[in-house]
Design a binder for this molecule. Structure first.
Ligand code: NAG
Ligand code: NAG
Ligand code: NAG
Ligand code: NAG
Length: 557
């Protein structure tokens, strides 16, 4: 993986007059063509979609809400973050950070078993390195979760480049592939769990004595077991693991790059969307997505799998911004933000609830619509398709490389990729401000497009993946790795002499909700407000192990 790059490319700001003139001409041509064209047919698709719940019977009048074909720029660059070039990833250790060879205690081993899907396991792997460092222990390469509902039998070395992992971190933590034998026998150390978000003191007090006595410990179900707040050098170590030491194996990277290349051949820029509009996820959310009785019945049936879930309250969920957007809503959001009909879209997703019918409105808004199944052949995907983690890794690569990434949920993949994109130069990541957008979507049939679009742009301020968005230290560290992002303030001051460059004015800061999974809520007393659904689920979840697996599946992508 690339080292953090300092980006000093200011020259593109001075757009040569010629290019400007040509673009203007093209723009005028487009507008002209648009005016000449008969009324766009896009709306015919939209009218029949599941979300049009507000339309009464009177369709005689021309609808107010018509999506134009053109996009817009609205004074911002659609493909990069404002001021993004003044920040760079900085995860090098300070001079005080002793070398592993000095602090590692002989005969002290930490092994871990990760849990969940690919990205949740990634979190566990990252944090296990830091845990071993805190304990001055040698880390055994983590074992992956083969039993989760994702059913992937791949081992560590089939997903990640194991030798690179070990050698990249050699100065930080000693890592070995297997526990040594003990008295000639396979050593099965004591298995334990630590609480979620355990901090340095917690690790030392809980594991220190055990390691002294038994010399090796296996921590099970290891994910989010490390506090979000740690000493800076340990946070930076986290970033070295996440952004540099963890590299997918060559077959995955090669196929991933092939997919990226195929997107790029078709168009200079592309947007990747992690839709996660999957039946289980939707049922669990308890939200209503406009599909009438059929939907209520189908999702209700799935929902009954979790006997402990409360009666759903779709309106409340929507008001609180806890419902994923429908594919159509995602499309409207993007069009309102200025991405025109010709923009190329890559969708990363599992099974879509409602299938093609649900996707149709999004495809009508963005006809250049791709997924790995449309840009790669069955044969090419054969090495991957029966391994959920490898498939997820391919999507990870394509989403990571995208010019703009759109999250539609707050799962592990969304978090990990958002953080990663910040670290590597604040590549735009759009998180729908669902809390504010919901009423706009609800009333869109009595709104004009211009009004709708301008509101969307206003509500999305602070949700675009720009520098300094959100409060530092808020949310999980992997989503907002503030300790690993440095500012080139000198260059910034210089550039700020150019007018119109202040920090983003952001009235939406209170819209941020911690709608993270129950997995993540355990002992974080600071983010309890507004989490009722998930907290209650969490408590039940602790008690009913039979449902553990299903919840894992849902929440651990
Ligand atoms: C971090 O360390 C590497 C190699 O030691 C070096 O090339 C790089 O410039 C350093 N990065 C920063 C931001 O200091
Ligand atoms: C780890 O080593 C450092 C430096 O020798 C020491 O200060 C610290 O107390 C040790 N911690 C543990 C848990 O052994
Ligand atoms: C991982 O899987 C590969 C291929 O199946 C196998 O060769 C290797 O021994 C496995 N490694 C471990 C540590 O189980
Ligand atoms: C649209 O209709 C809704 C409900 O009928 C109403 O609350 C809202 O104010 C209306 N919006 C406009 C712009 O008229």
């Amino acid at each position: 993986m690339a080292m953090p790059r300092r980006r000093h490319q200011y020259s593109h700001r001075r757009i040569p007059a010629a290019i400007f003139a040509i673009s203007s001409a093209i723009l005028i041509l487009f507008i002209f063509l648009y005016l000449l064209a008969p009324s766009p047919h896009d709306n015919d698709h939209l009218r029949h979609t599941m979300m049009n719940i507000d339309i009464g019977g009177e369709l005689n009048e021309a609808p107010l809400f018509r999506v134009p074909n053109y996009g817009g720029v609205f004074g911002r660059d659609l493909w990069s973050s404002k001021n993004g070039e003044f920040y760079y990833g900085c995860s090098n250790a300070s001079n005080n950070f002793a070398k592993a060879a000095i602090i590692t205690q002989p005969n002290r081993y930490l092994a871990i078993a990760t849990s969940g899907g690919l990205n949740q396991q990634r979190t566990g792997i990252i944090d296990s390195v830091v845990a071993a460092r805190i304990l001055n222990a040698t880390l055994v390469v983590p074992t992956l979760d083969k039993k989760s509902f994702w059913k992937d039998v791949s081992n560590f070395s089939e997903i990640f480049d194991i030798d690179w992992f070990i050698s990249y971190l050699a100065k930080d933590v000693e890592i070995i592939k297997e526990l040594p034998r003990r008295r000639g026998q396979i050593w099965n150390p004591k298995r334990m769990r630590v609480p979620r978000k355990c901090n340095e003191r917690c690790y030392i007090s809980r594991l220190g004595p055990v390691l002294m006595k038994k010399h090796a410990v296996t921590l099970t179900k290891f994910d989010y077991r490390l506090s979000n707040k740690l000493d800076t050098d340990l946070q930076k170590l986290r970033c070295r693991v996440n952004y540099h030491a963890l590299k997918f194996t060559d077959p995955i990277l090669e196929m991933g790059r092939k997919l990226v290349q195929r997107m790029r051949i078709r168009s200079q820029h592309y947007i990747a969307i992690h839709l996660r509009f999957e039946p289980d996820m939707l049922a669990f959310s308890g939200c209503y997505y406009g599909g009438g009785d059929k939907e209520r019945k189908e999702l209700g049936k799935i929902r009954r799998r979790w006997k402990t879930l409360h009666i759903s309250n779709p309106d409340k969920g929507r008001r609180q911004g806890r419902c994923p957007l429908t594919p159509e809503e995602v499309g409207l959001l993007l069009r309102a933000l200025g991405y025109d009909k010709h923009t190329h879209i890559y969708v990363a997703s599992g099974e879509i609830y409602g299938g093609e019918e649900t996707l149709a409105p999004l495809k009508a808004l963005f006809p250049n619509f791709y997924s790995k199944d449309t840009i790669a052949s069955k044969e090419e995907l054969e090495l991957f398709s029966s391994f959920s983690s490898r498939m997820a890794a391919l999507d990870f690569v394509v989403c990571d490389e995208s010019d703009v990434f759109v999250t539609n949920n707050n799962g592990n993949m969304a978090k990990i990729l958002s953080g990663r994109r910040r670290y590597f130069g604040h590549k735009p990541t759009i998180r729908p401000n669902a809390k504010k957008l919901y009423s706009l979507f609800m009333h869109r049939d009595n709104t004009t497009w211009d009004e709708f679009a301008s509101r969307v742009r206003q509500y999305q301020k602070g949700f675009m993946g720009e520098p300094k968005e959100g409060r530092p230290g808020r949310g999980v560290f992997h989503e907002n790795p503030a300790s690993c992002i440095c500012e080139d303030s000198e260059a910034k001051t210089e550039m700020n002499l150019v007018p119109n460059w202040g920090d983003v004015e952001d009235q939406n800061t209170n819209d941020d909700i911690d709608w993270s999974d129950p997995e993540d809520e355990d002992d974080d007393k600071t983010s309890q407000q507004g989490n009722s659904l998930y907290d209650e689920t969490r408590l039940d979840y602790e008690r009913t192990s039979s449902e553990e697996a299903v919840l894992d599946e849902l929440l651990s992508d």
